[in-house]
Every structure is written in C-alpha cells, then in structure tokens.
Design a protein around this ligand. Structure first.
Ligand code: AMP
Ligand code: MN
Ligand code: MN
Length: 325
C-alpha cells in the first residue's frame, strides 16, 4: 500500500503526534519534520518535533527547529501517532527506534529507493527529490495552509537534497514546487545565505585538514577522503562540520564515484557514497549493508580505516568498470 491519503486519514484521527527523521539529520530531514510539525499544530494537534541527534547549527534558523526534542528526551511522553520522515530503515531512528516498540500508529514517509516498509502506513516515492516534496503534498491533503514558515522549511528540504537544484533528481516538477513555495512566502535568498554562506569556521577548518587525505584511484574514476575523530577533536569541530565535504571529492575532473570515510565512534566509520552520472551507489552501498539513492548513499562499517578504504575503493572501481561495459 503506497497511499498518502491513508496517512492523511490516520493523521486526522490522531491527537498526540511525534515526528522524527534520521540520525545525523540533514536539511531535508529537519525541514520536513519542522514543516509537518507546524502544519499539524495549525490543525490543532499536540505535536512533538523530534530527532535522535541535535539539529546542525546551520539549520537552527528554520522555523520550529530550535524547539525540537532531541534524543531520549522525546521518549518521556505518551503519543498516539509516530510520523517517521526521510528515514529508510528503523536503525536510522537511533534512540527513537524505541517508539516502534510502543502501540502507536506508525507512518513512514520517505523517498529513498532502499526504504523499508517498517510502519503501519508506508508512503515511499523514490521519484520525489526530497521528503519535503511529499510533506508538501500531505499538507495539501490535510488542508493545512502553507504559511511562509512552513514554506521556508519545505524549500530548505528541497534545496539541500537537490544540491541547490543541481543534481539529476531535480525535475521541472521540483522547480514548480519550489516556485509555489516562494509564492507562499519562502525567503529563498535568506535560506540560501543561512545554509551556504554562514558556515561555522570549524567547517572550513575541517575542509582544510581533510583535503590532504584526498586520494584518486589509478583509473582516476574514484576519489576518497577521510575524517578521523582525532582530527575533529584537534580542531574542536563536530560531526556536522563534516557535512558536504564529499562534494569536493566528487568535483574532481574525471571522478565518477566519491567516498568519504568518517569515524563516528572509535573504529566505526560512516561511509558516504556519491556518483556523478553512471554508477548506482544505492546498490553499491547495499553490498555493505547500507543504502540511499542512486547518486547518494551511505553505510556504516567497523574495522581498520586502511583496510576498509582498500575494500570499498576496489568495489567502487569495479562498479565504475561495470557501468562502462
Ligand atoms: P549521507 O552520505 O549521509 O549524506 O547520505 C546519503 C544518502 O544515503 C542519504 O539519503 C541517506 O539517507 C542514505 N544513507 C546514509 N547512510 C545510510 C545508512 N547507514 N543506511 C542506509 N542509508 C543511508
Ligand atoms: Mn536525509
Ligand atoms: Mn531526503
């Protein structure tokens, strides 16, 4: 069953709703949770906007984002409905996964090709450029007015998941949706400045320290970088300051697949995958227990950094060869 109307129906019956996205939240995740939270509040629901991890500083300007319940603090209240947004697998709910054990009505709204149907109601649309696009449709089904605040949150979600309308998930429909949101009052220029032109200095320091780790495979088609806990600690930087780094590896001429290895706990690495135009990195990441989209995916692995790099780079080089065959 892939019916957004059924989810709108379930929400109409609800009274106390908790909304969450995934661990290490991105702009689509924060924007979608905030937009749906504001819309449901407008409709008279009691709403908790939550996330397993803190909202990255660059998204705190979004309406509602500063009021999120973070981590276990969201578990102390009773709810009747759990909305899971932009989260392909239960594991990515982090500590909020515990809510799946309660007798709540669970709705999963997502656009990951690899998304699992773990909820009572699942609406998965891999054609959607961002979960925010689906939330935009859900707001219409619910009869919520798209206020400038809701529009700003939805616009930020679409902007960030399309790489500022540059990635191939961007369609004419994406632009029409963005135009409609600007007409509803989304301050597009301000949002762009807040997200891309107000970076914490620590972000640029991480970039400067990580660029020397950039390596290129002999075929020139795979590039990779790494960021260790030690490096972050030495700069006083946080995990969120690593976001976006992988784009530098992908931007190298001739590169088709970029990998970023970031140590999220001692000996535990989050690997990000990006491709330019040919390799399906969702499939590549799935071989290592992860997933995502055709051009952006991720997985988590444990082990020795050098060995992990050899394994994944080999697999990426092979995937490029297959795509060229
Ligand atoms: P990231 O590299 O964290 O920006 O993630 C790229 C895409 O892959 C996002 O759409 C994520 O939702 C997805 N993704 C990242 N990590 C994982 C994972 N461990 N398992 C499944 N999907 C993931
Ligand atoms: Mn996301
Ligand atoms: Mn998304």
């Amino acid at each position: 069953m892939n019916d957004l109307r059924a989810i709108a129906g379930a929400l109409q019956q609800s009274r106390k709703v908790i909304i969450s996205g995934h661990v290490m939240p991105d702009g689509d995740c924060v924007g979608s949770v905030a937009a749906l939270g504001l819309a449901l509040t407008q409709l008279g629901k009691e709403v908790t906007m939550a996330l397993p991890d803190p909202v990255p500083e660059i998204y705190l300007f979004l309406p509602g984002a500063a009021d999120f319940a973070i981590g276990e603090s969201a578990l102390t209240v009773d709810y009747d409905t759990f909305m899971v947004l932009d989260c392909s697998v239960p594991e990515r709910l982090g500590v909020l996964r515990a809510l799946l054990e309660r007798r709540l009505t669970v709705c999963n709204i997502d656009h990951h090709a690899s998304s699992h149907h773990f909820a009572d109601y699942n609406y998965i649309d891999p054609q959607a450029a961002a979960t925010a696009e689906i939330v935009q449709d859900l707001c219409a089904l619910l009869g919520a007015r798209i206020t400038p605040e809701i529009a700003a949150c939805l616009y930020a979600g679409i902007l960030t998941d399309t790489g500022s309308f540059q990635y191939e998930n961007t369609t004419p429909d994406t632009h029409r949706r963005a135009a409609a949101l600007i007409e509803c009052g989304a301050p597009a220029v301000m949002i762009n400045i807040q997200i891309y032109e107000q970076k914490p200095l620590a972000h640029l320091k991480v970039l400067a320290a990580a660029l020397p780790t950039l390596r290129l495979s002999p075929c020139g088609r795979v590039a990779w970088m790494s960021v260790t806990r030690e490096l972050l600690a030495s700069l006083g930087a946080k995990d969120e300051h690593v976001n976006g780094l992988i784009n530098y590896a992908r931007s190298v001429r001739g590169v088709e697949v970029a990998l970023l290895f970031r140590e999220i706990a001692p000996g535990r690495y989050k690997v990000s995958f990006r491709s330019k135009e040919a390799v399906d990195v969702n499939r590549l990441a799935a071989r290592f227990g992860g997933g995502g989209h055709v051009r952006a995916a991720g997985c988590v692995l444990e082990g020795d950094l050098d060995r992990l790099q050899v394994r994944l780079v080999e697999a990426a080089v092979e995937a490029v060869k297959v795509s060229e065959a």
